[in-house]
Ligand binder design. Structure first.
Ligand code: PSU
Ligand code: MN
Length: 319
């Protein structure tokens, strides 16, 4: 496992350091199972106190399944990998005061000593930097509907193209253009696998109408793919899409009508750029009477369960 918690080059200024928690550092040093977790979902994806409760439950699920959780965020300009419970609490309470931080925002948040909630792209970047190969989240960003005109394509997809981290998600939300998202992932050379299904899941539902190029049926199978990627130095990421547990799957029609309504509102209010995803997530939640929040929490925990098992299987394979 490569990487270091802080380093400096022989020429030029020293690289800014990353604070790795003692627990995460110890697990990485012994080649143990570690699961990275993002913080945008906490600060911008859910309201307090549900966000704190969920973040703590997700960390607990990771631990119960034999891995060490490493939530990633930028605190006072310092990227942190692995947060204490006090840090997690203050992050959850601060919510939107933490800047949504994708790859493009990292340097500015660090340079200005700011607080940043890392998206999938920024979380992958830091996970890889410290040597964590597995990262669990709810849903990743993608090509937005109408993206062929706006060119609004999440940097999550380009990050997956160039950073060898495996992301476990429930697919992408149908607030996005799922077929184009899959096309873009193919262009970026990302391995896309669905767990125990042949269909790419659409976050709230198991169905998207899109087939995946690869199906996996066990954590061990996922670990073998990750090893092959690593041994060949492919350099690109892997997306493992896990369908939402059946008992939480929403009616596709109800979600779709909420999405249509929210898209129209976003257009009327001229909401664009990195504000569109949080706006859509919030409006869909309100328009579905809060049921989408419960489903969201359930699927993140389900993803954490599988992510921890994959991390353990990978650690075993590499011992
Ligand atoms: N999709 C969700 N929940 C989320 C996000 C996406 O269902 O919380 C967040 C993730 O942090 C993701 C980011 O990386 O939104 C993508 O934002 P954008 O579309 O602006 O790239
Ligand atoms: Mn965007």
């Amino acid at each position: 496992m490569s990487s270091s918690s802080s380093s400096s080059s022989s020429t030029g200024p020293p690289m800014s350091s990353v604070a790795v928690s003692p627990e995460v550092a110890a697990a990485l040093a012994r080649g143990g199972a570690v699961v990275a977790l993002e913080s945008t979902i906490i600060c911008h994806g859910m309201p307090y106190p549900k966000n704190l409760q969920t973040a703590m439950e997700v960390e607990a699920v990771v631990r119960e399944n034999g891995a060490v959780p490493a939530t990633i965020a930028i605190l006072d300009g310092v990227p942190h990998v692995g947060l204490s419970s006090e840090q997690l609490k203050s992050l959850a309470i601060s919510g939107r005061q933490f800047q949504k931080t994708a790859r493009r925002d990292i340097a500015h948040v660090v340079a200005s000593g700011g607080n940043g909630a890392t998206t999938v792209s920024a979380t992958m970047f830091f996970a890889h930097k410290v040597g964590i190969p597995i990262f669990v989240t709810g849903g990743i960003g993608g090509v937005h509907r109408n993206g062929e005109q706006t060119m609004d394509i999440s940097s999550d997809l380009t990050e997956l193209g160039k950073t060898p981290v495996t992301v476990i998600s429930a697919g992408v939300k149908s607030i996005l253009d799922i077929p184009r998202t899959l096309e873009y992932l193919e262009t970026q050379g990302v391995t896309v696998a669905a767990y125990k299904t042949n269909e790419f899941p659409a976050f709230f539902t198991e169905v998207s109408g899109c087939k995946v190029p690869c199906r996996v049926d066990s954590p061990e199978e996922c670990a073998k793919i990750i090893c092959a990627n690593k041994n060949l130095h492919l350099g690109s990421g892997i997306l493992i899409a896990v369908p939402i547990p059946k008992e939480y799957a929403a009616s596709g029609n109800a979600i779709e009508s909420a999405i249509q309504k929210a898209l129209k509102e976003a257009e009327d209010k001229n909401i664009i750029g990195n504000a569109i995803t949080p706006f859509m997530l919030d409006r869909v939640k309100v328009l579905t009477g809060g049921s989408s929040l419960e489903a969201n929490i359930a699927l993140v925990k389900n993803n954490a369960l599988l992510g921890a098992k994959i991390a353990v299987a990978l650690s075993d394979l590499q011992q």
